[in-house]
Design a binder for this molecule. Sequence first.
Ligand code: DGJ
Length: 726
Amino acid sequence: MTTDSVIHAELPRRESIDGRPAWRLRTRTTDVLLCLGANDALLLPYWGAGGQSASISDYLLHPQGNRPSQRAFLDGQPVAYPVYGDALFKEVCLVIVRPDGSRDTRLSFVEDRAQHIDGHAVLDLVFADELVGVRVTHRFTIIAECDVIIRRATIENQGSRNLMLERALSAALPLPPDVYDAYTLHGQWGREFELNCRPLAAGKFVLESRRGMSSHDAHPWFAVRPRGEHAEHSGSVWFGSLAWSGNWFCSLEVEPNDAVHVTAGIQPFDFGWRLEPGRQFVTPDLVGGYSDDGLGGASRLLHAFEEDAWLPASHKSIPRPVLYNSWEATTFAVRVDQQIDLARRAAKMGVELFVVDDGWFGARDNDFAALGDWTVNAAKFPRGLRELIDEVHALGMQFGIWVEPEMVNPDSDLFRAHPDWAYHVDDREPTYGRNQLVLNFARDDVRAHITEQLRRLLSDHGSIEFLKWDHNRSWTEVGWPEQPELQREVWARHVFGLYDVLATLRQEFPKVLFESCAGGGGRADLGMLRWTDQVWTSDNTDAADRLNIQFGYTRAHSPRVMVNWVTDVPNQQTGRVAPLKFRFHVAMQGVLGVGGDIGEWSEAELDEARELIAQYKDIRQLVQFGRQYWLRPPEPIGACAVQYVSPTGDRTVIFIYQTRGLRGAGVRRVRLRGLEVDRRYRREHDGAQSSGAALMAAGIPADVVDPRNPRPMLDFYSNFQVWNAI
Ligand code: DGJ
């Protein structure tokens, strides 16, 4: 830890505002203020640029907004965790039902506790309601270097009667009265992470998932900016990202006084959690932060946070390998000889990790059968899986394999033996998705069985270094008739169970790299990224579409956890034909993979691929560990550009792409970012030189076409250039 971060890991002290307790949480460049309002309501009256003010009360000049007759009400106030029972009418974070059916909670402040955990300053604020018999602890973990604070609430039954939690969100984030825009990520299968911007107007805008998985329709990430501020590199941005991989909820509410009230946490719809005496419920983490540097600045803070403080420690500093995945090449028709052939070609191209996808197990010849039976298909691998694994290792690559552990096909040995292990509702026909049902991961026996099968898979065939964990359907009939009192806990228990299985496997197989996948990027949230190392971003591998998907994805996540494959043309999802170089350049934006049928690639294509993979390895450190700047976002017509800069600013790579050009358009320039003003830089491919100051002020031409060519090709143009400090 540097001296600087020690200073910023300073523990928050209790201060005072108008005689009431208050706390200032300090990060590298921001301050968050907390204090107690009327009836001990926890307020968050300031969240933003910090360090400018010595006194905590300097931030609090704005008076309370309510009419005198309603002074006791908390609407319009910056309440940091409103509960049902507070005198307010906005979205609440907590609803507790007592055995007599009453639902009123009033929390009083009990104590504060500050401590260091893993080098981070942590503040716990404890509240209680003796009548209900509940204690609520709000934890603020200050990740000072990344300008983010992690929030969670722990709700503990300290009484002698059962309580029912009908809602237990992670936190509320208030912003003062003003006009704002909300940025959010939406999509569906094949079209994930589309960045939307909309004005926040009177009323409420809800983002959520009710599908059982987190990220297809909307991603649990948001950003809020003052209305009309769209600059990529400057301006205020408040942002949040929820670490939850199941059903979630986030509301952005404009109150009558124009204050904004954001809440986020586990989806309250169909949620209910019985809290027995002495038991506690811990909400998922909500990561929130503020940047003065536009959406780009906000995303870089989240990238740094993932890399420094969040991703599984075992693989945090290891560059992600270049992978080959055989799914698009072979689909279910996996055979050992054909996989070995693909592996040999992949190794020659410079691939470092060879992954066998769906189709290697049970009676899996199509998507109607075998999910749940995680044993090697003897017809496809007559001499066992080890033959392929040994060959892959002998070729100098790591070996990886695909699984979909939370699912079962009715046509499987597992389902025949345990039909009650899938979610079901008695006497109702199940709804099939991809011919499969969802296993009840809330059940201990299901998790134990699946864990054991995966344990055997990872230990019985030699060394497996990579596991792709897929999840291909939304959940329906989420019932557990044998446990009627747990019915509304199942959605959340499944996710806690999933994390448990992943944690067990990670502990037992510390060398294995895990990839999260859910029909593409359907489960890409921070919850999964606590236990997995990278994410398969989308099943849409069309390079033009991918530019948008990857742009949206990197608003919320680091390029290091974004896996992209180069696949065949015409593209399987869109039929488009983009040149190999363009496909590679797009895939190089994160973790590079190849997913085409390389058995069909020509020698010239294989040579070109080998050359491009070598180029990627040369810049991989920059892409995976550098700071990312979108210099110009993807557009339907014209060039876009993205830059990666090393942590010290001594090396940078700029990718320029044009999916479709416009004849007669002038050459645009892109101004570089993040360089050292007073250093000189040399471009690798032609030795051109310039200063950091000039590269950032005047930029470089986004020279997508050769002006001397009378018949230029304006579409699917790409290049990249590397500059090194001299
Ligand atoms: C969906 C994934 O996104 C694909 O990459 C592939 O693994 C298939 N599932 C296999 O069924």
